[in-house]
Design a protein around this ligand. Structure first.
Ligand SMILES: Cc1cc2nc3c(=O)[nH]c(=O)nc-3n(C[C@H](O)[C@H](O)[C@H](O)COP(=O)(O)O)c2cc1C
Length: 363
């Protein structure tokens, strides 16, 4: 398969990407006190110097006391924190790259640190069980929506090229989508995805109002949850449309469709993956992700499993058919800042295995 499909430019609103490769957001916990360091800026700069089309940063916390559960994950509020991010943007731009922050709120997901009162729809960290904390009040919800809007305004002011909202993997926004963690009886809950998606839609409206019509807004979504890999929000294309269309209407431009293995079909009777269906149903550009260029998937990597380089042929076929527009690459780029250049130049013998030790280093 010709690699060219991955190296066609992509334009959307103010975003002009030289190729289709998006560095997937990856939490690195190298920002003590929540402030991105010079080492973090240099880590992103190395990817920009080596042809990554768009860098999506690690998840970074919006201005709520417990938006993060790890004190070494960067925050996206506060003077020192935003000055750290400004340095990241400037380094990436100096190397000719483009970058979007992934705006994050972990909700009731547990981590190494408890940094404040937990926000969550119903006080549940997973489906079943008993609430371990109070549900968010209307005031908490309004403040959280405003915090995402403020973060998006700050991203634009600092010079970021787009923003991404983390609406996936069982964190706060996804805790609202998922009936397992959202049992609210007010307007933020309900039996349909449209109802449980109101929180995300209100965040998107606040973000859109903050950044204006031409600024690209990406939302990352997943069916699977870190609490339950088999969970599914939409079991039919109709349900998926009822989930995604209101988000597009509220201001989402690009859907970043997170799968653990990009080749897995989303619904029976078609080999379209999640990004394929999202594009077909909404007409919006989409990003696929999940085990691109590697033999094993990322959850196993946390357990210590290494992965070897794998063929890109199946991916290129789908990209060429227009199933999706952009390709998220996680671990291959965490391991090797030069992954895109090597793929572009056909230096396949130089592609690296993904090794667990890479998680502890900013290569
Ligand atoms: C170390 C690590 C940290 C991650 N952190 C995030 C994150 O902050 N936000 C997010 O949406 N996904 C996160 N992910 C998931 C990746 O963005 C990506 O979807 C996943 O690794 C699959 O892509 P890959 O198979 O190319 O690695 C993380 C993955 C890894 C390996």
């Amino acid at each position: 398969m010709a690699i060219d499909a991955l190296f066609k430019p992509f334009e959307f609103k103010s975003l002009k990407l030289p190729n289709r490769v998006v560095m997937a957001p990856m939490t690195r916990s190298f920002s003590p006190g929540g402030v991105p360091t010079d080492d973090v800026a240099a880590y992103y700069r190395r990817r920009a110097e080596n042809q990554v089309g768009l860098i999506v940063t690690e998840g970074t916390g919006v201005a709520r006391p417990a938006s993060l559960n790890d004190a070494k994950v960067p925050r996206f509020h506060g003077e020192k924190e935003l000055a750290g991010w400004k340095k990241v943007v400037d380094e990436v731009h100096a190397a000719g790259g483009l970058i979007a922050p992934q705006l994050w709120h972990v909700g009731a997901a547990k981590g190494p640190d408890q940094l404040g009162k937990v926000d969550s729809p119903s006080g549940l960290s997973k489906a079943g069980g008993n609430p371990f904390t109070e549900p968010m009040t209307d005031a908490d919800i309004a403040d959280t929506i405003a915090a995402f809007g403020q973060a998006a305004a700050d991203a634009k002011r600092l010079g970021f090229d787009a923003v991404e909202l983390h609406g996936a993997h069982g964190y706060l926004i996804d805790q609202f989508f998922w009936p397992g963690t959202n049992v609210r009886a007010d307007k933020w809950g309900g039996p349909t995805l449209g109802e449980r998606g109101r929180f995300a839609a209100e965040i998107l409206k606040a973000v859109r109002a903050a950044v204006g019509p031409d600024y690209p807004v990406i939302i990352r979504l997943s069916q699977w949850k870190q609490q339950d890999y088999a969970a599914r929000l939409a079991t039919t294309p109709q349900e998926m449309e009822a989930w995604l269309q209101p988000l597009a209407d509220a201001g989402a431009d690009i859907f970043h469709c997170s799968q653990r293995r990009f080749w897995e079909p989303e619904f029976e009777g078609s080999d379209l993956n999640f990004a394929g269906w999202a594009k077909k149903l909404t007409g919006a550009p989409t990003i696929t992700v999940g085990s691109v260029g590697l033999s094993g998937e990322f959850i196993a990597a946390f357990g210590g499993e290494g992965s070897q380089p794998a063929s890109l042929d199946r991916l290129l076929e789908r990209l060429e058919r227009g199933e999706f527009d952009l390709v998220g690459v996680g671990r291959a780029l965490l391991q090797d800042p030069e992954w895109v250049v090597k793929v572009h130049e056909g230096r396949n013998g130089e592609l690296q295995n993904f090794e667990r030790q890479a998680l502890g280093v900013l290569y």
